[in-house]
Design a binder for this molecule. Structure first.
Ligand SMILES: O=C(O)CCC(=O)C1=CC=C[C@@H](O)[C@@H]1C(=O)O
Ligand SMILES: [Mg+2]
Length: 321
C-alpha cells in the first residue's frame, strides 16, 4: 500500500547569512516521505529565496497535490517546478533503491569573509585541497589579496571563486591584476565574474583565469557548449529539477569536457546528504560544493558526518499530510 507524508520545517540561520542582498534569517522547506510496503524514500523540497522562481507556498500546494496523486494512483509525473521535481524524484529514487548510499562528504570549504579562518581547515583537509571563496562582496583589490594570501600560504591549494556576477569588466580586471600571474592556473575556476556572459568570456580570454557558469544554467537562452576559457558548470539540483534532468546535464557537461560540480542550494542536512550521495554517484572525480550546513543552527533528521550541530527529529516538523 502506498502512503505519502509531507512536513514543513524551519531552521534558524546563523546571523549574517546574506543572499542576493537579502538577509536569510530562517531556511524553510518541506519533506516528503513515501512508503510502499516495507520500502521508504525521502525527499526535500526547499526553494531558495532569491534563486528559485517558485515560492515555498506555491511549491507546497504543488507537492501536496503530487503526493495525493501518487498515493491514490501511483502517478509519478514530474512537476514543472524544479524544487518539487527534485524532491519528489529523490524520494522515488530512495524508495526504489536507485540512489546509491555511498556519499562524498568532502566539501570544498566555503570562505565568505576571513581568510585566516580557512587556513586551519585547509591544513587539516586530507587529499586534494580545494576551497571556495566568495569574491565581489568587497573591493576587488581586497579579493585579489585574499586569493594571493591563500595560494601563497598553501602551495597545494586550488581555489574556486564565485563573484555571482558582481563585477564590471573594470572591477574584474582590477581583481585579476592583483593575483600573482604564476598562480592563476591554481584558480580552478571563477564562477560568473561579470554581469553578462559576454563580459565573463572576455575576462577569461584576457586574464587566462578559467570561468564557470552557475546562474547562466538557469537562463532560458543558455545552451551547454565548450567555449574557450570555460572549465566548469555548477549544478544546483534544487534549482534544476528532477534527478533525471540533473543526470542529463551532468552527462552533457562531461561529454563536452567540462567539469560538473554538484552544489548546494542551502538544503537542510537531509537534502545535503542526498546531494553528497548524488555527487559520489554522478561526479566521483569532483569535490562537490556542499559546505553550507554551518550557515544553519541545526540539522534535520539525517546527520552530516562530523557535524557538531544538534539534529532535530520528526517532532520538530509540522505535519501537513
Ligand atoms: O557552491 C558551493 O560551494 C556552495 C554553495 C554556494 O556557494 C551557493 C549556494 C547558494 C547560493 C549562493 O549564495 C552560492 C552560489 O552562488 O553558488
Ligand atoms: Mg555560484
Amino acid at each position: 500500500m502506498r502512503r505519502a507524508q509531507v512536513w514543513r520545517w524551519q531552521i534558524p540561520m546563523d546571523a549574517g547569512v546574506v543572499l542576493r542582498e537579502r538577509r536569510l534569517k530562517t531556511r524553510d522547506g518541506l519533506f516528503l516521505c513515501l512508503n510502499n510496503g516495507e520500502r521508504e524514500g525521502w525527499g526535500e523540497i526547499a526553494p531558495l529565496p532569491g534563486f528559485s522562481h517558485e515560492t515555498l507556498d506555491v511549491a507546497q500546494a504543488e507537492l501536496l497535490a503530487w503526493a495525493q496523486r501518487w498515493q491514490q494512483h501511483g502517478d509519478n509525473n514530474m512537476s514543472a517546478l524544479p524544487s518539487v521535481a527534485f524532491g519528489t524524484s529523490c524520494a522515488l529514487a530512495e524508495l526504489y533503491d536507485e540512489l546509491p548510499q555511498t556519499a562524498d562528504y568532502r566539501a570544498a570549504p566555503l570562505c565568505t569573509g576571513d581568510p585566516d579562518a580557512l587556513l586551519p581547515v585547509l591544513a587539516a583537509m586530507p587529499g586534494e585541497k580545494v576551497a571556495k571563496v566568495k569574491v565581489g562582496l568587497y573591493e576587488a583589490v581586497r579579493d585579489g589579496m585574499v586569493v594571493n594570501l591563500l595560494l601563497e600560504a598553501i602551495p597545494d591549494l586550488r581555489l574556486r571563486l564565485d563573484a555571482n556576477r558582481a563585477w564590471t569588466p573594470l572591477k574584474a580586471q582590477q581583481f585579476a591584476k592583483y593575483v600573482n600571474p604564476a598562480w592563476r592556473d591554481r584558480i580552478a575556476f571563477l564562477e560568473e565574474p561579470c554581469k553578462t556572459r559576454e563580459d565573463s568570456r572576455a575576462f577569461a580570454r584576457d586574464t587566462g583565469i578559467a570561468i564557470a557558469w552557475d546562474e547562466s544554467l538557469r537562463e532560458a537562452d543558455f545552451a551547454f557548449a565548450a567555449e574557450p576559457g570555460l572549465r566548469a558548470v555548477v549544478i544546483k539540483p534544487t534549482l534544476t529539477g528532477s534527478l533525471q534532468k540533473v543526470r542529463e546535464q551532468i552527462t552533457t557537461a562531461h561529454a563536452l569536457g567540462l567539469t560538473a560540480v554538484i552544489s548546494s542550494s542551502i538544503e537542510s542536512s537531509l537534502g545535503l546528504t542526498q546531494l553528497a550521495r548524488l555527487a559520489a554517484w554522478l561526479t566521483p572525480q569532483t569535490i562537490p560544493g556542499l559546505d553550507t550546513l554551518n550557515l544553519m543552527q541545526a540539522q534535520l533528521l539525517r546527520r552530516w558526518p562530523g557535524s557538531a550541530l544538534p539534529c532535530l527529529e520528526k517532532d520538530a516538523l509540522e505535519p501537513l499530510l
